[in-house]
Design a protein around this ligand. Sequence first.
Ligand SMILES: Cc1cc2nc3c(=O)[nH]c(=O)nc-3n(C[C@H](O)[C@H](O)[C@H](O)COP(=O)(O)OP(=O)(O)OC[C@H]3O[C@@H](n4cnc5c(N)ncnc54)[C@H](O)[C@@H]3O)c2cc1C
Length: 380
Amino acid sequence: MIPVTPYSRKNPFPATLRTNQKLTHPTSAKDTRHYEVSLADSGLIYEVGDSLGVFPVNDPTLVEELLEVLGFQGSELVPDPNGEQRPIREALLRHYAITEPSKQLLAAIAERDLSAAHLAMLPAPESKEHLEKYLWGREVIDPLLDHPAARFTPEEFVKLLRKLQPRLYSIASSPKVHPQEIHLTVATVQYESLGRQRKGVCSTFLAHRVTEEIPVSVFIHSAKHFRLPEDHSRDIIMVGPGTGIAPFRAFLHDRRASGASGKHWLFFGDQRSETDFLYREELKAFQKEGTLHRLDTAFSRDQTEKIYVQHRMRENAKELYTWLEEGAYFYVCGDASRMAKDVEQMLHEVVAKQGGHSAEAAAAYVEALKKEKRYRKDVY
Ligand SMILES: Cc1cc2nc3c(=O)[nH]c(=O)nc-3n(C[C@H](O)[C@H](O)[C@H](O)COP(=O)(O)OP(=O)(O)OC[C@H]3O[C@@H](n4cnc5c(N)ncnc54)[C@H](O)[C@@H]3O)c2cc1C
């Protein structure tokens, strides 16, 4: 019988974060962490391939700074996105997005401050590129600081903000091994722009502000398109650089627990082997005991020329094609903007060269893999 849970996206579970552990070395350019979230007493169940939705709370320092710039006390009552009245401090912390500015906010600032006239054009459909350029590295606070003559009532201001959205994270654990827990692999987003330190809303919330005493609101986001093969004897190829490793750690734990006879091949990559080899010991142990049959790594900054996972695919093209011909499933997880496209292009190249196919026939081969649901992606 499927257990019933009252928890969902609409009614998230207040979970306890049990573990927050850095996976990257302190000298790494990145801060990627392993989290363990307890599902105890929630009735929530998950499957490998699913993601965890996390409702973040905004950075209180940024909220205080906004209140000051706007000249608000923080106790003024405003409607939240559902129309419920709340003090504006709470509304800005928990209910509204206070980083990426909305088009409506830019237009309203332009209306109120003559020095912001150039912002008036940005929301127009033909200014899409200008808008993207303007928004890159800017947050709600920036146009407010730049144009202090733009004044708002608390209610006017929040009505120009978007609703704060939950973030999704690929689940890095298997319910067969950790039924009461969910593990995550999260890169903390931090960067500097226009002389200010910027912090990704949810990843820095998890890294720096959630403690065992402060619950984190979560829900399960099902990913039916990213399941393991039902047949445990099928081989799987996994391409998961960076945080893309997360679901594949779950796959390996799951298939090991179910005694799957199929083989596993993982392509992992990141910047440097010394500082960014996520789950190195665990993967080596999986290799040693025979759960992970092949592990090919690509550390882009270990040498002068950049080497990425797709280059390792090319080096191993013959074997990769053999696995595919023998019915292997091909999985990709991680960066959608470049990695997933480069990997797909390499897949075409591997199939064309090794199978002696034309570019069109290789494209048809890859298309057939997708149709058969043997080529599965979870990219973001
Ligand atoms: C299905 C799915 C699974 C995912 N799984 C994972 C996972 O396993 N691990 C993981 O870490 N993430 C994962 N993500 C991404 C995750 O949901 C968040 O998008 C990510 O953590 C950033 O959220 P944030 O709130 O910390 O940052 P935000 O506050 O949303 O900020 C991110 C934004 O900051 C801006 N930005 C970032 N860097 C710069 C820069 N250098 N200069 C200027 N602007 C910049 C960009 O506009 C970027 O979109 C997944 C996403 C999806 C959809």
